[in-house]
Design a protein around this ligand. Structure first.
Ligand code: GLP
Length: 256
């Protein structure tokens, strides 16, 4: 894994945006994996700025989202599809229908999950997947105890995750859906490059486990240790529990 301990959100956004810009220069029809949550927002801000400056275009690109709530009304602002439109898709030049998300309101959710995996495959697979991490170590909505090789599936949200996400639902956990549709860890691991971002002390334990813990379903993000091209971009607070922080800083500086 490439581990970067960076000073602030702006730098995290810039380093991740450099990787995405480099991808689209080399492959204008690249497939980008989009994540919701607050962690990737500095990346989206930077991508929008570069697009507006004429440096980056998504006009031949495609994107796939990681996950979606089940049963959330289509027009709800916290429906992940709407969040992605608000935070990034509506500000850049992805063609109509180029941004795909799992359908949390499909009449047959299991069939919709299988169709989503097929759509990713038919698009040639995800070239670069942006990821955040939950405080319990989940990525997308793969909660502790899930199979490390799962495909897109219907999942149950833990109370911890619903409590974490209640801030988007008037602080009321009862308004947070109980189920989700999520890319599985196996689906995520098929992406050619993974770029996970995390900020703040609330993520410090999860980052410690992700980088230095044993690979285990207890901390789902640890599966990233098995990926040949995984990047972890964190601020000082999220890096606070890393035992080998000085080593990672040295390697990062010397590899640039
Ligand atoms: C949700 C999303 C995850 C995200 C996590 C962390 O559970 N499904 O994809 O990584 O929240 O969110 P935040 O970045 O806001 O801390």
């Amino acid at each position: 894994m490439r581990i970067a301990i960076l000073p602030d959100d702006n730098t995290i956004g810039k380093v991740a945006a450099d990787l995405i810009e480099e991808l689209y220069r080399a492959k204008p029809n690249a497939v980008l994996g989009l994540a919701t949550g607050s962690s990737p927002l500095p990346i989206y801000k930077e991508l929008i700025a570069r697009h507006q400056a004429g440096k980056l275009s998504f006009k031949h690109g495609k994107a796939f989202m990681l996950d979606e709530y089940v049963g959330i009304p289509n027009e709800h602002p916290e429906r992940y599809r709407n969040v992605i439109d608000t935070e990034i898709a509506s500000h850049v030049d992805f063609p109509a229908d180029a941004v795909n998300g799992p359908d949390g309101n499909a009449p047959d959710l299991h069939a919709a999950c299988a169709a989503y995996d097929r759509a990713i495959k038919d698009a040639g697979g995800v070239d670069l997947q942006i990821l955040g991490i939950g405080s319990d170590g989940h990525i997308a909505f793969n909660e502790p105890g899930e199979s490390l090789t799962s495909r897109t599936h219907v999942g149950v949200l833990t109370e911890q995750t619903r409590r974490d996400n209640a801030r988007f639902f008037d602080g009321d956990i009862d308004q947070v859906p109980t189920h989700c549709v999520t890319q599985g860890l196996g689906t995520i691991m098929d992406a050619r490059r993974l770029v996970l971002v995390a900020q703040g002390k609330g993520k410090a334990r999860a980052i410690k486990e992700l980088v230095e813990g044993a690979v285990s379903a207890k901390w789902p993000a640890t599966i990233m240790q098995m990926h040949p091209d995984a990047w972890v971009l964190v601020d000082e607070a999220a890096a606070a529990e890393l035992e080998l922080a000085d080593y990672y800083r040295e390697v990062w500086e010397k590899s640039r």
